[in-house]
Write a protein that binds this ligand. Structure first.
Ligand code: NDP
Length: 255
């Protein structure tokens, strides 16, 4: 047990989770806290509920307000995390949005918003956190939220902007991994399939019925099932892993 705790444990580490007020970000924030990390949660509308859940479990957490697309707000939030906890070791770059629309119906403003939040937002957060890590000699781990939609076109819903944004996240991840390896900063992405959260659970039943035969495990994933791979990427367990994309999709992309 001591061996596993040494490899996967996060005692004394400080994590930033974007979009941790609900959905996957909330569940993973709790998982990181249970592994020992202090967790700072960044979102536009606050994450008081997540902070309460973590504190009730005996962990440390705080909620910071910022829009991931706003560089000044993100820099300020990261400065606050370092002042409060003295470090920043782990980033789960999770905030994201999706627009399901036929390309001819979607507006250019919608395309720009999805790319701005999902791709530029992750770049802004990774850059600000990476700079803070490099300046302090922190050998940190950045985990970018991609999606299986970054490597394949899942059907029958149309979401060209989302797919393009997540493909960008996967290659941005590789680019930063190579660029920052000399500083000891690791950068990986995670690509879930359909996970049961507000983003996907509120989708029409006929859409979910169309998804099921395409998922070899014939079910959506639970957000909790993302915690172990994220813990692995966040911890010393994955010391030689950088620039990787970890797929967690019930077999969807293997078909
Ligand atoms: P939710 O909609 O439940 O949560 C999204 C979170 O992102 C919210 O906390 C929201 O908080 C935050 N957010 C959105 N825009 C911004 C912004 N501009 N600045 C700061 N925070 C922002 O989504 P999920 O939990 O389902 O998804 C989380 C991530 O996982 C996304 O990147 C998504 O693409 C990815 N993903 C999800 C899958 C799924 O099936 N659910 C599958 C594969 C990937 P607020 O509005 O307060 O800012």
């Amino acid at each position: 047990m001591g061996y596993l705790k040494e490899l996967f444990g996060l005692d004394g580490k400080v994590a930033l989770v974007t979009g941790g007020g609900r959905g996957i970000g909330q569940v993973v924030s709790l998982g990181l806290a249970k592994a020992g990390a202090a967790v700072a949660i960044l979102s536009r509308t606050g994450a008081d509920e997540t902070v309460k859940l973590i504190e009730a479990a005996g962990g440390k957490a705080c909620s910071l307000l910022a829009d991931v697309t706003d560089e000044a707000q993100v820099d300020k939030a990261i400065g606050e995390i370092i002042t409060r906890y003295g470090s920043l070791d782990i980033v789960f770059n999770n905030a994201g949005v999706c627009v399901h629309k036929d390309t001819f119906d979607a507006s250019i403003a919608e395309w720009r918003e999805v790319l701005d939040i999902n791709l530029t937002g992750e770049y802004v957060v990774a850059r600000s956190a990476g700079r803070a890590m490099k300046e302090r000699g922190i050998r940190g781990s950045i985990i970018n939220m991609a999606s299986m939609s970054g490597s394949l076109v899942n059907v029958p819903q149309w979401q060209a902007s989302y797919n393009a944004s997540k493909a960008g996240v996967i290659h941005m991840t590789r680019s930063l991994a190579v660029e920052w390896a000399p500083y000891g900063i690791r950068v990986n992405s995670i690509s879930p399939g359909y996970i049961a959260t507000p983003m996907s659970v509120d989708t029409p039943q006929e859409l979910k019925d169309a998804w099921m035969p395409l998922i070899p495990q014939n079910r959506m994933g639970d957000p909790e099932e993302l915690i172990p791979p994220i813990l692995c990427l966040a911890s010393a367990a994955s010391g030689y892993t950088t620039g990787s994309d970890v797929i967690v999709d019930g077999g969807y992309s293997a078909r």
